[in-house]
Design a binder for this molecule. Structure first.
Ligand SMILES: Nc1ncnc2c1ncn2[C@@H]1O[C@H](COP(=O)(O)OP(=O)(O)OP(=O)(O)O)[C@@H](O)[C@H]1O
Length: 320
């Protein structure tokens, strides 16, 4: 459904008298199959929006090429636009028109007659739990409702591929989970392909079939959320001992099961182990036999943030 090869885009910006070249995207190369929900995950400034704008024909690449919904973004932009839906970061619904009228107008711009446009608008509003909003103005809707309205606007012409730029930025947790549910349902119902940008790890984890990790204008890696987490060597065991005299013995015992050198901070220590479920009973027995008294023992599965840190050397959380 999407095939991007070496897409690149730079901008020239003025700083005082100087003209600087900013390489927003240097090599976006990836594939998205029909029916997939793919998250394009990266920190602020990674080049996600610029890539999305090239794929949706809103920005022209300096080099590289992309086929979107069967057509070339540079040579056949109109063909591409007819087949895709695009929900931008700021959203498109605004102004003073009533919600229903905005959707009908948008549908008529795509060539639908008034009756079909009205029917489709009503069905989509119903579908995204906005059935009562027809006569309201978008400004009066909650953040979550407005975002859902943006999605409705992106769907009026029944695209097979929907692009969403930071769909849940600024929404509260409940509204975010609600929107994720709708996106998944849309895929189930219409077999739609969804390509979204995000810098939220939980969003990429919960929502997507596959994650493309993007940083400094290029693809770092791609895989399913679980497979990415499995690449991190094992679960993290974190434990705290009762006194300083027990630290050395505890570290020696943890070391035997750990995949890497345990990190020690005061009375706390942490090490990664393969398959914590089989390691823990023996570890607890050995610690007990050596007279080590545990104050706490915790096991943490790797998160996508651990993956990001391992792949790029920096934490996605810290970059905001
Ligand atoms: N129109 C423009 N003119 C100049 N520089 C730009 C322009 N658009 C983007 N950039 C620069 O290109 C880089 C990538 O920006 P982009 O918006 O694509 O990143 P992003 O990953 O989408 O970040 P965010 O999550 O903040 O939207 C940034 O350094 C940005 O400042």
């Amino acid at each position: 459904m999407i095939s991007a090869s070496g897409l690149a885009k730079s901008y020239t910006v003025r700083r005082g008298r100087e003209r600087l070249q900013v390489d927003a995207v240097s090599d976006a190369s990836f594939e998205v199959a029909e029916g997939e929900i793919v998250s394009f995950l990266g920190p602020n400034g990674a080049g996600k929006t610029t890539t999305l704008r090239m794929l949706t024909t809103l920005a022209s690449p300096n080099s590289g090429s992309a086929q979107v919904a069967g057509h070339d973004v540079v040579a056949q932009p109109r063909e591409v636009r007819r087949r895709i839906g695009y929900v931008s970061q700021g959203g498109s619904a605004g102004g003073f028109a009533r919600v229903g009228d905005e959707i009908v107008d948008r549908a008529m711009l795509y060539g639908l007659d008034a009756a079909t446009a009205t029917r489709r608008a009503r069905a989509l509003l119903e579908r995204l739990d906005l059935a009562d909003s027809w006569t309201r103005v978008p400004r009066s809707l909650s953040g979550g409702q407005r975002r859902r309205l943006d999605v409705v606007m992106g769907l009026v012409h029944q695209p097979r591929l929907l692009f969403l730029d930071e769909p849940t930025a600024g929404l509260d947790p409940q509204a975010r989970a609600n929107l994720w549910g709708h996106i998944r349902d849309l895929r189930e119902e219409y077999g739609m392909t969804v390509f979204l940008t995000t810098h939220y790890l939980d969003e990429a984890d919960v929502l997507s079939d596959r994650v493309i990790v993007f940083d400094h204008g290029r693809v770092v890696t791609t895989d399913t959320p679980d497979a990415l987490k499995d690449r991190i060597s094992g679960d993290l065991i974190e434990m705290e001992v009762a006194g300083p005299e027990q630290v050395d013995a505890a570290v020696r015992i943890l070391e035997k099961s750990a995949a890497d050198q345990p990190k020690v901070t005061g009375l706390r220590m942490a090490g990664r182990v393969h398959r914590s479920g089989t390691v823990l009973p023996g570890l607890a027995r050995e610690l007990d036999a050596a007279g080590v008294e545990l104050v706490s023992l915790e096991v943490r599965r790797p998160t996508l943030d651990d993956v990001f840190l391992t792949l790029t050397g920096r934490s996605l959380r810290d970059s905001h």
